[in-house]
Design a protein around this ligand. Sequence first.
Ligand code: OXD
Ligand code: MN
Length: 589
Amino acid sequence: MPTPLEKWVEQQAQLTKPDKIYWCDGSEEEARTLMQIGMQEENIEGTPVFQALNPSAWPDAYFHRSHPSDVARTEHLTFVCHKEKVTAGHNNNWMAPDEAKALMTKLSDGCMKGRTMYVLPYMMGHPDSPYAKACVQITDISYVAVSMRIMTRMSKKVVEKIGNSENFVRGLHSVGDFDVNKRFVMHFPEENFVWSIGSGYGGNALLGKKCFSLRIASCQGYREGWLAEHMVILGIEDPQGNISYVTVALPSACGKTNLAMLQPTLPGYKVWTVGDDIAWLNVGKDGRLYAINPEAGFFGVAPGTSMKTNPNMMRTLHANKFYPTLFTNTALNVETNEPWWEGLDGPRPEKLIDWQGKPWDQNSGTKAAHPNSRFTVSLYNCPTLSKEVDNPQGVPISAIILGGRRTQRVPLVVEAFDWQNGVFLGARTGSEMTAAAAGQVGALRRDPMAMLPFCGYNMGDYLAHWLKIGQRLTHPPKIFAVNWFRVDDQGEFVWPGFGENIRVLKWMIDRASGRVGARQTPIGLLPELKDLDMAGLHIPQEKMEKLFAVDPDGWREEVRDIEKFFHEFGDRLPKAMAEECAKLAKAFA
Ligand code: OXD
Ligand code: MN
């Protein structure tokens, strides 16, 4: 008798009609074979799926180029197909499940003809963790198969673990013919199923990441009493050797990966990396909040990564431990066969080909690497990897930090008065948009907990769920909001960021352990300037004051904008959020 998993795979094969079906075991040997296959397979015209890079400079590293129309997550083609539209909320595109399936069936009929169907069994979370989930993704491109080996814990043991059970998360992916008009990423939360066609780009194609670990998992968390969040997890070790763990939610391309492996400028401090993108948060038996990173790799933005901004990521990329490392849509140095991107250390090479494979002309006004070009590399290559990364229970969280990219008005750091006020702080967080999603760069979008593109259900219910989780925590973490991006009148960033962010992290840890006081303002608790450790960093007093200035006129406008945003939630907005907003409005009346 075939198992439910075997039956499901067989049904997908009948629909997509691949030439071959290959079940991956997740081994290194297999990955090496897949790389060989990918180097011989044509991906987009004239380019193989993989090109080997200079092995002495970049060991075990390969280059991949995606289709020029397929370089970022496509939120407008991403749907969450709950039975009822209201369950998806105004924050998601919605299609009725039957309609979505009919459309996808039509597009998928024979879509793997002439191709190999790879069956990828994997875990999100360490296999020993009670919070981990067993999953299977089908794909028809070696790039996705190899990327998933890096990003998840892929193993044939997962097939044994699933056994005769129906209880596994399903993902069906095909690059189709890369046609943007036939591209969709469909989620079916009631069936723990993701169906994606027409894209080979990370967030649309590596279904364990955004699709499962955030959109589907957020729905599972809602049903089961936990949270799936777009958060970094890191440990901060003080000079006495005490480690406090925090999670940080920041929208795409706001420096989450840099923060996850920050090299502190304060003597005696160390940062330990648990995760750089996703956290699953559970209430422990002791009433504290615990976080696991469901992923096993980093899928980070390359441009801007250097020995100056993120030395530990540069070391990770050169580490040569876990096979292989991938670069997608960077530029290439023709002479040395090395990847290159804007912001990389050293002089710009003479001869580059751009991310589309054309000789790059420095006077063209274009970037050589795509702004959303990426690396894919194992967590286990990271020199700052926390020794708790595989702890099945996760790490206990002392502070939750939320943030956005705001050039004005919002202070460097603010602490919420309590959990409810913290949920409001997260709900009102906004960000000026970046290149990680297709959309208008620069426009402000409110992005509660940086989850707007990733919450798989009604955002009003999501905020209510956060409030409920808070009620179960007898020792709730403190909640903060940060903004590294405030600029002065000349448009320059006031705060230097990167390794200096340890000063802000230190203040938050000191607050969490009750070592320092704070100044009460209508928008929350702000640091007394004397409590921010500025040893070795000179920023003029008036600039520091500007970083924390609360401008009543600006905030009155801010409140009106928050009210407008909350209005879109209709009757799903929790009362507590409307109350918090009214309190803020009153404080500035
Ligand atoms: C990512 C994103 O790829 O947030 O992590 O876009
Ligand atoms: Mn992300």
